[in-house]
Ligand binder design. Sequence first.
Ligand SMILES: *Cc1c(COP(=O)(O)O)cnc(C)c1O
Length: 482
Amino acid sequence: MLMDRDKLQLSKEEMKAYGYSIVDAVVEHFETQDKKLPLASATREEMDSLFLEEAPEQSSDPQEVLDFVIEKVMKKSAIVSHPKFYSFVPGPSNYISAMSDTLATGFNVFSGGWAQSPPAAELEIVTISWLLKIFGLPVKKGGGIFTSGGSMANLTAIVTARRVMCGENFANAVIYLSDQAHSSNIKALRIIGFTREQIRLIPTDSEFKFSTIKLKSAISRDRLEGYNPFCVIATAGTTNTGTVDPLEAISKICKEEKLWFHIDGAYGGAAILAKNGKQLLKGVSKADSLTVDPHKWFFQPYEMGCLLIRNHKYLKSTFVEKPEYLRDIEGNESEINFYDHGVQLTRRFRALKFYMSLKTFGLKAFRNAITYNIVIAEKTEKLLRKSKKWEVVSPATLAIINFRYNPIGENFSEKELDNLNQKISGKVTASGEAQLVTTILNKQVVLRMCLINPRTKFEDVKATLSLCEGFANELLASKGKS
Ligand SMILES: *Cc1c(COP(=O)(O)O)cnc(C)c1O
């Protein structure tokens, strides 16, 4: 007979003690995270010296392993939910969803087929229908699927668009996206075997928006040359600047040209919940498919992306594939097997955290948080514009703002400014006080703040800007140029 440990089991008492220790650690993290430093850094050598060993043949005390992991792994990772984590896209998360994930994992719910968990499939159907309604997509005919993230949602959308528009003959198919579109779209196109010649990167205009004039002429040219245009990808909230492409105009072009209209709203989609975001996202309801990313601005922990689709039948007609061992669980049409609607067969129960956090906090809390995020970015823009030291390079849009240190009257060259701002960001990073990195806009090195954490206070932003100014003074003094 196998011992408990050989069945990978703990006693009831051990399980409880272990679980409570984890809850204690997570709660302590939630309670103290705002006061910690957000950044983590270590070399490969340092990490190797801590963790590198042969796979252990013998068992260890569970609590000892847990304590080691809490101290050396969890507390040594960047805190993407920290109020001063401004870079990339922060992950503010929330406790209800974190615990819901634990619940889903604890019961190991299989969220692939209806038969394995009718409530899991139902909650995915219900929460997807909430999202369809929020984005103005048809709730009855529409559908969608939760994915690991926005990248997988974009991949799922592009595969679907190609299947519906081109069938199996896509040698001449071409797709259009702007030069500000997210890299995951290009990655997806590479994964599905598209060559560079099939991808049209259309330059954006001076406001970083998809140029519809250039789009139209590219489509005409391609048709003349015998290509088969099939899809346009617009972005609703670019990751760089928060810019929303002219969705209504692009939708019109797609209608006229009979093209699939995919909108990548992975970053900005959630802003539809805020009054000040809804206006900007006008036209989002025209999408044939729409990516949103609940693990970004819907405050869910990783991993959770979502693809919404105007006609749910297209997902099934793209992805259904029936191996013999799944014959017995096909069931009723309306009882969706989500493995038929996307890439994964075995799927974790992602819908649960979305469902529980929305039920618990209510949509209103999400609306308030997102509205607050947009407003704090606008306040930051005002503050920067009032100062003689800062230049706003891209205005606060969907809680993202880009700016650079460029004091009036100093007449630095572009190269000096690039250097200076790069170094300011480097010093902030080295201080560990905030995560504030640069991006490139109009060929300029700029600082970028993404302010989607509802626990970020305006004081936090001001403190970070003062820190930057202090570093700028140091840098300039050391060059004798202050
Ligand atoms: C973040 C992002 C993605 C990729 O989403 P992941 O969840 O990181 O896979 C795609 N598009 C846009 C616009 C994004 O901001």
